[in-house]
Design a binder for this molecule. Structure first.
Ligand SMILES: Nc1ncnc2c1ncn2[C@@H]1O[C@H](COP(=O)(O)OP(=O)(O)OP(=O)(O)O)[C@@H](O)[C@H]1O
Ligand SMILES: [Mg+2]
Length: 340
């Protein structure tokens, strides 16, 4: 089927087993867990097996640190049940609130990104929140009370209120803690040795899911930089194109900056053509499932090691078949991910 050469599998000394080579002689392909700290992308068309591959990796990575899966559709418990049965499941609720970051600037940046705020809307939000925030319940009220006189400010204020209203509905606002509590840190520590699935599908609106995902990412960065967590952290972001929509993306910035904190990010997406050059070049491991669109194939082909016919192979891969490129491999290899 392919012209890929699989002669040297230096990656066999790795500790994360991906599967076996499709070409004969069949050989096991392993990656190093430490390479996941220098980020990974898993791409492929719908139904090609991306989330399952991520589950296979997550259950093995948890031997080496804390693994958090941002689960956009709430499907990872089912996937992990087939692999190892071991995971902790976090669903935000009134009884298990999502803590919020301690720095007000972080909250403003996340709101700017999720709600795509204009400069006047950001200005009003900053003014309202500058004294700090005790509860998200107050935000809508505080913006409403904010006195404006100029006409452009009035319009911006009401536009801001409408945008905030989609995030802080009566239901969702009760899922948010006031400032961050020890609860999540303790839960993360307890979940070492098994992946922790954060179920974003609790929120119907995509904007609210994105908000929660960014809050968790930012919290992890804070917990690590304040040494509240000392273990390595691996974050897996499924359906990441939903979180990477903004030009001021927190996730993209984190990929460039968090290596020194021992946080590794794995992004999963069906649309690699939407990934920026910065993200692709910041990802040391590339796991590529079947791709059909020419744009996607071209972007990925350019990003992996040369000398192989990746562009010919990608459209013909079956479910669970991948091309893997990683620093520990001499050249990209064709692998069948084994999750049974
Ligand atoms: N390595 C594999 N071997 C055999 N079957 C697999 C493998 N990986 C995935 N599958 C099966 O293929 C189907 C799709 O898998 P999965 O949900 O992981 O794909 P996906 O790329 O994440 O899809 P989507 O784009 O819809 O999120 C599932 O039924 C799954 O059990
Ligand atoms: Mg999926």
């Amino acid at each position: 089927m392919s012209k890929l050469r699989v002669t040297t599998l230096a990656g066999n000394d790795g500790d994360i087993r991906i599967g076996v080579t499709i070409n004969r002689p069949q050989r096991e392909v392993r990656l190093r867990h430490s390479d996941f700290l220098r980020h990974c992308i898993i791409v492929g068309t719908t139904g090609s097996g991306k989330s399952t591959t991520a589950g296979v990796i997550a259950s093995q990575l948890s031997k080496f640190g804390i693994v958090i899966i941002l689960d956009w559709y709430g499907e990872f418990p089912q996937i992990l049940d087939k692999i190892s049965h071991k995971y902790t499941h976090y669903r935000a609720s009134e009884h298990s609130k999502i803590p919020v970051p301690s720095r007000i600037e972080s909250i403003i940046n996340i709101l700017e990104e999720v709600l795509d705020l204009t400069p006047p809307q950001s200005y009003i939000l900053r003014r309202v929140l500058k004294g700090g925030l005790t509860s998200f319940k107050e935000v809508l009220h505080a913006v409403d009370e904010f006195e404006v006189t100029a006409r452009w400010m009035i319009e911006s204020k009401y536009a801001l209120l409408r945008k905030l209203g989609t995030l802080f509905s009566d239901q969702y606002v009760n899922y948010l803690g006031s400032t961050y509590e020890r609860g999540l840190v303790d839960m993360l520590k307890r979940s070492s040795r098994k992946p922790m699935v954060v179920d974003l599908s609790v929120f119907e609106e995509y904007g609210a899911r994105k908000f929660m995902a960014l809050l968790v990412l930012r919290l992890l960065e804070e917990f690590k930089s304040q040494h509240l967590i000392t273990d390595k952290v691996f974050v897996i972001v499924d359906e990441s194109h939903n979180i990477l929509t903004s030009s001021k993306s927190l996730l993209e910035r984190m990929m460039a900056e968090v290596r020194k904190l021992n946080i590794g990010i794995t992004l999963i997406t069906q649309s690699p053509a939407l990934l920026s050059y910065r993200i692709i070049s910041n990802s040391n491991i590339k796991i590529i499932h079947a791709l059909k669109s020419r744009d996607d194939v071209d972007v990925i082909t350019r990003s992996v090691g040369s000398g192989v016919a990746v562009d010919k192979v990608l459209p013909r891969l079956g479910v669970g078949e991948v091309v893997v490129d990683a620093p520990s491999l001499a050249s990209p290899v064709l692998v069948k991910v084994n999750y049974a």
